[in-house]
Design a protein around this ligand. Structure first.
Ligand code: GTP
Ligand code: MN
Ligand code: MN
Ligand code: MN
Ligand code: MN
Ligand code: MN
Length: 212
């Protein structure tokens, strides 16, 4: 996905417009070694239900409204002495008070990006849970330390496209996302086989129906 220079309808990609995908071996490169790190995570459950008895739900995916008005994933900066995963599990406690019985593990890694302008390495994970666990995590999130301050609420991502070809997932993609969170979302959707490349491209190219 090269959304770096691409304007998705409605809103441009946000602050990090210069990120590139890194491989594991890139992380030994001196440039990247000197960078900051952040880790974020998509918590999700597969869901075969129909929404309004019509649209396939596909999955329940959690994102959050941030203090700055952007939509992103829970997670944050890696502090001194932490590994990216340790930082992620700590931030999940701070931001959504996630029960430690849910633990993100190394094999949950989806992708890693580098932002040249911010000199930051962005690690992105996906944690699969059961459908009932999503509700549990959403409820517990209201009791987190950061709730109401850093985090203004958990949101689910609509993954269907409605009859007008725009409402639903295409409309959701037009929000303003922090960093490369929109790219992270669509990368996870394809890597986890939740949505095809064709469907995602159609959603990115969709436009609202003009009001007459
Ligand atoms: P503090 O507790 O205030 O330090 O914030 P934090 O540690 O929770 O950091 P935050 O989640 O804001 O992430 C740090 C940086 O990573 C931000 O400045 C963004 O540029 C970037 N970032 C934040 N959320 C996301 C996200 O969902 N995806 C990506 N790719 N980057 C993000
Ligand atoms: Mn209603
Ligand atoms: Mn935080
Ligand atoms: Mn954060
Ligand atoms: Mn932090
Ligand atoms: Mn904080």
């Amino acid at each position: 996905w090269n959304l770096a220079a691409t304007e998705v309808y409605g809103r441009p990609s946000t602050s990090l417009t210069d990120f590139i995908e890194l491989t594991e071996s890139d992380l030994n490169n001196e440039t990247y070694k000197a960078g900051y790190h952040a880790s974020h995570c998509m918590i999700y459950a597969l869901n075969n239900d129909r929404i309004f008895a019509t649209y396939k739900a596909r999955a329940n995916i959690l994102m959050q409204m941030r203090f700055d008005g952007y939509i992103g994933f829970p997670g944050g900066l890696v502090d001194k002495g932490e590994s990216p995963l340790e930082a992620l599990n700590r931030e999940l406690k701070e931001e959504i008070n996630m029960n430690p019985k849910y633990q993100v593990k190394p094999s949950d890694l989806i992708c890693t990006h580098w932002s040249e302008s911010k000199k930051i390495i962005l690690h992105f994970y996906a944690l699969q849970v059961d459908k009932e666990d999503v509700i549990d995590i959403e409820k517990t999130a209201l009791t987190s330390h950061d709730y109401g301050v850093e985090v203004l609420g958990t949101v689910r991502v609509p993954l269907y496209t409605m009859g007008d070809g725009f409402r639903g997932f295409p409309c959701f993609l037009t929000h303003s996302f922090i960093g490369n969170a929109r790219t992270q979302l669509i990368t996870a959707l394809t890597k986890l086989n939740i949505m095809s490349t064709e469907e995602i491209n159609a959603a990115l190219n969709a436009r609202p129906v003009p009001v007459k």
